[in-house]
Design a protein around this ligand. Sequence first.
Ligand code: ZN
Length: 138
Amino acid sequence: MPPDETVPLENLTVKELCQRAKAERVKRSEDESMRVRSMDTARPWTGYVVTGEQSGQTYRVALRGLTDGESYCSCPDYRTNRLSACKYILHVQSKVKKRFSAAKLRAPYRPQGDKLKSPGSQAIVTRSLFATARTTRP
Ligand SMILES: [Zn+2]
């Protein structure tokens, strides 16, 4: 349910403020046109390079699921808003929901490759995925 815009901000609880901030980002993720490039089109949970059509800004999203807090984004809003979500993650999530079957979306994120036995190595692979993305740019 969308937040009630008629309630003054000072009357909202922290939870309500967060819901409102999240709803604002959901709206922006739907309204703004973005270019999304997947690092692996066969899987929903992979790295994405997202460019805002208006701002021209490009950010990297590591999509790991549809729950808040599972995925990462390199944009400044994600780093500071404490919502564990941003318009880029939400935008990619909505694309992924249309593109993949329910079964594929239910399957949890699993790191690919044999270097990925320990949880700590995930960041390295994410970085190398993004490095590949940069070098293959036209
Ligand atoms: Zn972001």
